[in-house]
Design a protein around this ligand. Structure first.
Ligand SMILES: NC(=O)c1ccc[n+]([C@@H]2O[C@H](COP(=O)([O-])OP(=O)(O)OC[C@H]3O[C@@H](n4cnc5c(N)ncnc54)[C@H](OP(=O)(O)O)[C@@H]3O)[C@@H](O)[C@H]2O)c1
Length: 336
């Protein structure tokens, strides 16, 4: 049995993670943390867990977490996460970090986009990016894995096979993305209050969303040279889900059928990515670790559609998939 801890256990991603881990046959949950005092029962914070898990949420120090756990999932926000994660990894814990803290290779890029000095810059560039469809070998061996951002997961899974095969150009890639409101987390914010976002759809952070450098870093790495993307996220009034439509410029006369075949070949051995014939919808992947992809050729563009559940393949499902690789369990254990 692997004893796991979850930091920031009051949040949305932590709830989804707990729901997966309580049905994982090789996991025992040893610690759930919060900054709140009074050791509230987990079912008090997450009523859907009533009768399913009888544990308190505790304000634990990193040393107390180390004493109780073999592996830690950090569901903390950026900067706060690395402050703790560096201490856990130094103490020999294996960690899966949900935050953006270890996804970028360059501390200056991190500071430019996140407005903070990185708390653990020496580790940057040495932490595998937690997409097993691309980096399983590195993830298996790693003490620390950077769980990907939700938007980058949808975008990178859509484009990786085509960029690697040089079938689409590195320039002129448009990523039009829509996300449900849980993508912003449970911590209250004005823009995600019900009267602000219900019955409404709007773009946000145009040209300056923090997932931009992560997407560009990954796609550039896969393409072997810098890519030029325009990433525009939109908030849509639904609980969960991401739909990204990637508008690419094919190299040569790439047909829809050939593009679909390239994607199918690339993901043949990867159980969570499926190329579908119909157009993907967030409802089709909701509650699962699946990514659905589809392609359409329209005039000079090849469009790739990519759907995930932001809280699962975009966060907690991917984290357990990474955990399974790290500990040598079948990749699909506890996941659908
Ligand atoms: N939501 C998504 O779809 C999604 C997808 C991919 C990645 N992520 C990343 O996953 C992490 C968790 O996201 P989430 O949506 O679960 O967020 P959330 O619902 O807001 O939960 C984060 C939790 O972290 C704790 N926390 C907040 N600020 C803190 C601080 N300064 N120091 C220590 N603890 C703090 C809070 O717990 P207490 O107040 O109880 O201490 C809070 O419940 C974030 O890094 C996020 O960027 C989220």
């Amino acid at each position: 049995m692997i004893r796991v801890g979850i930091l920031g256990a009051t949040g949305y991603t932590a709830l989804e993670l707990i729901k997966i881990l309580i049905r994982h046959p090789q996991v025992e949950i040893g610690a759930l943390t919060t900054r709140q005092s009074g050791r509230p029962a987990v079912s008090q914070i997450h009523p859907s867990l009533a009768g399913k898990l009888d544990l308190p949420l505790e304000d634990l120090s990193p040393d107390e977490v180390v004493a109780r756990c073999d592996c830690v999932f950090s569901c903390l926000p950026h900067a706060a996460s690395a402050e703790v994660v560096k201490r856990l990894v130094d103490a020999g814990q294996r960690v899966i970090d949900f935050s953006a803290d270890y996804r970028l290779n360059d501390a200056e890029v991190y500071t430019a986009w996140y407005g903070e000095t990185h708390p653990d810059p020496e580790r940057l560039g040495r932490v595998p990016y937690g997409l097993p469809e691309l980096f399983a070998a590195q993830i298996s061996e790693a003490p620390l894995v950077a769980n990907p951002g939700c938007y980058p997961t949808a975008a990178v899974l859509a484009l990786a096979p085509l960029l690697i095969a040089r079938l689409v150009r590195r320039e002129g890639i448009i990523l039009d993305s829509k996300s449900g409101v849980s993508g912003a987390g449970r911590t209250p914010k004005l823009g995600t209050l019900f009267p602000e976002c219900n019955e409404s759809i709007a773009a946000y952070n145009v040209g300056q969303h923090r997932h931009t450098p992560e997407i560009d870093q990954l796609l550039g790495q896969l393409a072997g040279a810098p890519v030029e993307t325009i990433f525009t996220p939109h908030l849509v009034p639904m609980d969960r889900g991401i739909l990204t439509t990637a508008y690419t410029l094919p190299v040569g006369d790439l047909t829809e059928a050939a593009a679909a075949e390239t994607l199918r070949d690339f993901y043949r051995e990867h159980p969570f990515v499926t190329v579908v014939d119909s157009l993907p919808a967030t409802k089709h992947v909701s509650g699962t670790n699946a990514c659905h992809l589809a392609v359409r050729r329209v005039r000079e563009r090849l469009l790739v559609f990519s759907c995930i559940d932001n809280l699962l393949k975009g966060a907690s499902g991917a984290a357990v998939q990474n955990f399974n690789w790290m500990y040598g369990f079948p990749e699909t254990t506890a996941l659908i």
